[in-house]
Design a protein around this ligand. Structure first.
Ligand SMILES: Nc1nc2c(ncn2[C@@H]2O[C@H](COP(=O)(O)OP(=O)(O)OP(=O)(O)O)[C@@H](O)[C@H]2O)c(=O)[nH]1
Ligand SMILES: [Mg+2]
Length: 646
């Protein structure tokens, strides 16, 4: 795996629907190149790529792994990604390390949702693409039908390499001169044909189809050769955008002699080796033992252990040139998305875009006292999978796991148990309700304790009314009824009460309080007495000013293919949601703008996925607070009262 010049390196991500055969294709390629002597099977847990304990247990890929295949003096760094949609973060990071992607299609199923998502990801990140129709050994497979389906779905740019006419037409569209020649009915020379084909692939205008069986090995060697011939070389990328230390835009070319810049695109928490960072060398050459600089953390790192990985096997790497993918062991200050460069020539490549979480679960440690272990374990797992987020909600005091779906969060909690020995239980998510008032009140709060010893005396009259501000405090004291030096204590007393409202113990907002009268005692009055008097006035005042509960309302943008629009809108109405509008999306389908209470959305990611066969997606953010419907409010208040009695 070492010693390859970058013109003899190809970096290809394997994408596609779960179960299409990405991992098994690599088995077939390794068998064809005699790296292994027997084809491993995911069911038997003995494949090269799915070596992680959890992957073996589950029988599918969970994390990205690099599997170099050496064929005809070229090293093809295949980056195997998981097909399950929850692991889309892995796809995003893999696509930053490659010059092309091969989208695997199960010939017995044809185009699946995962095929469409893989195509869209390639478009999103402008990565050239191939289709690899796999499983042609299966019964009742009609390859031509699958090809037609692909062309129907993704357009005429999808062509088989033996279809000279369609290829010629597609090539003509890549270049004006060739277009003219085409319309004049002239044949392309082989040189023009190959140049046009490579150009069309590199620009994403042409997506060749290759056909294989990973079980019988049919077409595997031919596919490897085609990948060698047609995948853009690392040097084919004209330039990479980056920034220097002064945040000025710079461009990097894929030159082993250029300035050092490597992008860490994946972090693995290996049970034996510890932390492994997979890096794509974008510019320059990195050497084992060298000191590099992390331009995000501002820390230096020693490349103490550097190796090429093939699944779990490693081969020492004395150096890695621009265009190659290498593994770095035990980096201390580096996470996925970081750039490694030299201290005297700081470079920052753009980070990796991970989708924001759409599903949250609240968890607690099954064993009391495991909180810290849980927190540190989850933090480590976040490093390995940045599309998973850990949130500690300071208001509801809940630990929230955020991710793309059920499967991902299930894997996270399973790994937490397996790797860090912490068991967690899922608990119902709490809503951070608010309390406010719709009316006004005018009340007295009097605190008087004068039965021997140091007395306490504080007496205030306060008017409460709604406010646009979170909290407004004012005074209209006249005649010194409450001395000025006690006003801050009154305000402080009120502010403390605002943290925990009388209805359901939630934060109180949008209240104006005017201290306008009261009385004091020369000896027994003090700040504490007035603070208590204020809190007494608060409890009475809020209760008499038509208090109500507010709930968070989320603004949503839901991306839905047309055929599911009816269901999605119907479902939104059932969630006390409001449809605000819709507009067509460039890539087809519609963007639906809606609002709905957070309380109705905890399972939205899961329901939307099943309503739209995982073709729908959404983004949401907090919009504002709105009054909770009376009946629901009563229940929340009753539950709170009951919990206080316990
Ligand atoms: N008949 C047949 N079965 C295949 C072929 N390739 C893969 N399979 C089977 O398809 C199933 C899924 O294969 P994987 O290689 O795990 O698929 P994958 O695309 O890596 O799946 P994910 O990791 O979940 O994304 C396994 O049972 C394989 O044995 C093939 O060419 N022919
Ligand atoms: Mg797999």
């Amino acid at each position: 795996m070492k010693g390859y010049k970058n013109e003899n390196i190809r970096n290809i991500a394997l994408l596609g629907h779960g179960g299409a055969g990405k991992t098994t294709f690599l088995e077939a390629a390794l068998l064809a190149t005699k790296v292994i002597s027997r084809l491993g099977r995911v069911e038997d847990g003995n494949t090269v790529s799915d070596y992680d304990k959890m992957e073996i247990e589950k029988g599918y890929s969970i994390g990205t792994s690099v599997v170099p295949v050496e064929y005809n003096k070229v090293k093809l760094n295949f980056v195997d990604t998981p097909g399950f949609f929850d692991f889309v973060g892995e796809v995003n990071s893999a696509l930053r390390a490659v010059e092309a992607a091969a989208i695997l299609v199960d010939a017995s199923s044809g185009v699946q949702v995962g095929t469409e998502k893989a195509w869209n990801s390639c478009k999103q990140f402008s990565v050239p693409k191939f289709f690899l129709i796999n499983k042609i050994d299966k019964e009742n497979v009609d390859v031509d039908e699958v090809i037609a389906e692909l062309q129907d779905k993704f357009g005429t740019s999808v062509v088989t390499l033996d279809d000279r006419d369609s290829l010629t037409e597609a090539i003509a569209e890549t270049d004006e001169e060739l277009m003219d020649k085409f319309f004049e009915g002239e044949e392309f020379t082989d040189e023009e044909f190959n140049r046009g084909l490579s150009k069309g692939i590199a620009t994403g205008d042409i997506a060749p189809i290759l056909v294989v069986s990973s079980i019988t090995g049919e077409g595997i060697e031919d596919a490897l050769q085609k990948f060698i011939d047609l995948t853009p070389k690392p040097t084919s990328v004209e330039a990479y955008d980056a920034k220097n230390d002064d945040d000025e835009d710079i461009q990097l070319t894929v030159d082993p002699a250029g300035p050092t810049a490597a992008l860490v695109f994946k972090t693995i928490a290996d049970p034996f080796l510890g932390k492994i960072s997979l890096a794509k060398v974008i510019s320059g050459t990195i050497k084992a033992g060298q000191e590099v600089y992390n331009s995000r953390s501002g820390k230096s790192e020693k490349l103490g252990s550097m190796f090429f990985m093939r699944g779990k096997t490693q081969e020492d790497a004395p150096e890695a040139v621009a265009g190659d993918i290498v593994a770095l062991g035990k980096l201390q200050y580096t996470i996925t998305g970081d750039t490694l460069c030299l201290k005297d020539n700081v470079i920052k490549l753009p980070g990796i875009a991970f989708p924001s979480p759409s599903l949250f679960k609240a968890v607690e440690p099954a064993k009391t006292g495991d909180d810290e272990k849980m927190g540190s374990g989850l933090k480590k797992l976040m490093e390995e999978d940045p599309s998973f987020v850990l949130q500690n909600n300071t208001e509801t005091h809940q630990t929230l796991l955020g991710g793309q779906g059920d499967i991902q969060l299930g894997i996270i909690t399973a790994k937490l148990k397996d790797k860090f020995g912490v068991d967690v239980v899922e608990v119902p998510q709490k809503i951070a309700y608010r309390e406010t008032i719709k009316g006004t009140s005018d009340v007295q709060g009097k605190h008087k304790k004068q039965s021997g010893g140091a007395g306490q005396y504080g007496d205030v009259w306060i008017k409460f009314s709604p406010s646009q501000e979170e909290f407004e405090f004012g005074e209209e004291i006249f005649g010194g009824s409450v001395p000025r030096n006690y006003w801050p204590a009154v305000e402080k007393g009120l502010r403390e009460c605002m943290e925990k409202g009388p209805l359901a113990g939630c934060k109180v907002v949008n209240v104006k309080a005017i201290l306008y009268d009261g009385s004091y005692h020369d000896v027994d009055s003090n700040e504490m007495a007035f603070k208590i008097a204020a809190s007494l006035a608060f409890k009475k005042g809020i209760a008499e000013a038509k208090p109500c509960l507010l709930e968070p309302v989320m603004k949503m943008e839901i991306y839905v293919p047309d055929e599911y629009m009816g269901d999605v809108m119907g479902d939104m109405n059932k969630r006390r949601g409001k449809i605000l509008g819709m507009e067509p999306e460039a890539g087809g389908g519609q963007k639906l703008m809606a609002e709905a209470p957070q309380a109705e959305l905890f399972d939205y990611a899961i329901v939307l996925r099943s309503m739209t066969q995982a073709r729908g997606s959404f983004e949401m953010e907090f919009e504002r607070y709105e009054e909770v419907p009376a009946q629901m409010a009563q229940k929340i208040i009753a539950d709170y009262a009951a919990s206080q009695e316990k």
